[in-house]
Design a protein around this ligand. Structure first.
Ligand SMILES: Cc1ncc(COP(=O)(O)O)c(C=O)c1O
Length: 395
């Protein structure tokens, strides 16, 4: 018996493993299963982006780049964001190896052990667990479901959130459009939150990865963002990704927008985490941004049709209430009588060959709900709906 058995830090041992993975891992790739459990488009990255990466490799782009990313990519992101929001200079932008890495770097930049972090939930689990790795205590403010039974929606109770953002709170974690609910924050709510956070020196960690996936917007190309209303010195850090807008989940490319005063330290952290994102991937990112508008337009149109189809289809099933999401790519619906959605989703896999994500994966507030990623063809969605219908009919 060793005197010092190997173990990881207690904080890491205490992290919750992903319940989406708990459902998916056993059956991932099994023939016959229809999976809608992950947040991933069903289309491969468009040709011209893949060609750009291949060309970069053929030209020998196999070396480290600057910690902050290639100047041309930072400039491209800067003009892209400046077109959507206020002017954002390239010196405030750092390229990262994915959106999730952007979140980890942000947490490493600002969170001390023992800090109090507030997260608006239900929420993608990584956003809750990452601050905990740095030793933060995370408390949650739950979105409210369905005040209007005729048109159920997820809503933020702004007074409840402000009450939770007490002086001394280090950061607010907010993801809008939200994974899993599709909730989109309003400009008025953002202004109230920003004023409150300024007053108490609270950081806003804004996860903007779904900012382009918004529906019924009367022509607005983007969800409201804290980057629209903050000044460059505000305690706002926005993280983003190429994964969703340009159909590039497997490429692992993202970025951070931070106040200038943090950039030197962010550069150190990038060096000690990954050094830089791969050069040939960054070259593909430049092309995606410069020529990708049409991809985004087509994707939004396709997802809106998919959302409307699945929303109507699920609401017609007995015992299901599905609010219509305003953004992102998920329906987060209530299943009457479901008290253990982890078990329910495991049964759906075993008994109906249907892969969905349990609501409890997104915090205790998500229990009773199930998430369905609708970034898929109508035929596949219909196939999935039929399986759910048959399963429910057998109960
Ligand atoms: C809310 C949210 N933030 C960040 C990410 C990370 O995206 P990626 O690491 O693929 O860039 C995801 C991916 O599903 C997400 O849902």
């Amino acid at each position: 018996m060793l005197s010092f058995p190997p173990h990881s830090r207690p904080i890491v041992q205490a992290l919750s493993a992903s319940r989406i993975r708990e459902v998916a891992n056993a059956d991932i790739g099994r023939a016959g299963i229809l999976p809608f459990w992950f947040g991933e488009p069903d289309e491969v990255t468009p040709d011209f982006i893949r060609e750009a990466a291949k060309a970069a490799l053929d030209e020998g782009d196999t070396f480290y780049t600057h910690n902050y990313g290639m100047p041309a990519l930072r400039e491209a992101i800067s003009s892209y964001l400046s077109g959507l929001h206020q002017p954002i200079s390239a010196e405030r932008i750092a390229v990262t190896s994915s959106g999730v890495s952007a979140l980890m770097l942000t947490a490493q930049l600002i969170i001390n052990p023992g800090d109090h972090v507030v997260a608006v939930t239900p929420l993608w689990p990584n956003l809750i667990e990452i601050p905990k790795i740095l030793g933060a205590h995370v408390t949650t403010v739950a979105l409210q479901f369905g005040r209007d039974p005729a048109a159920p929606l997820w809503e933020l109770d702004i007074d409840q959130l402000l009450a939770a953002l007490t002086p001394g709170t280090k950061a607010l974690v907010i993801n809008s459009p939200n994974n899993p609910t599709g909730w989109v924050i309003t400009r008025a709510q953002q202004e109230i939150i920003l004023a409150h956070c300024r007053l108490h020196g609270i950081w806003i960690m804004a996860d903007d990865v779904y900012e382009r996936l918004v529906y019924d917007t009367d022509g607005r190309a983007c969800a409201p963002s804290f980057l629209d209303i903050g000044v460059p010195e505000d305690r706002i850090i926005s993280t983003n990704s190429f994964s969703k807008s340009w159909l590039m989940t497997g490429w692992r490319l993202g970025w951070v927008v931070a106040p200038k005063a943090l950039m030197e330290d962010l550069g150190k952290l990038i060096e000690f985490n990954t050094c830089c994102a791969p050069g040939f991937v960054q070259r593909a990112g430049i092309v995606a941004i410069e020529r990708g508008d049409e991809i985004i337009r087509n994707t939004v149109a396709r997802y809106q049709t998919a959302r409307d189809f699945l929303h109507a289809r699920l609401n017609a099933l007995p015992g299901i209430t599905a609010p219509k999401p305003k953004g992102a790519m998920y329906l987060f619906f209530k299943v009457d009588g479901a008290t253990d959605t982890l078990e329910l989703c495991k049964r759906l896999v075993r008994e109906a060959d249907l892969g969905l994500a349990p609501g409890s994966a997104f915090g205790a507030e998500g229990e009773g709900y199930v998430r369905w990623c609708f970034a898929s063809s109508l035929e596949r969605l219909e196939g999935g709906a039929q399986r759910l219908e048959r399963f429910l009919g057998r109960q």
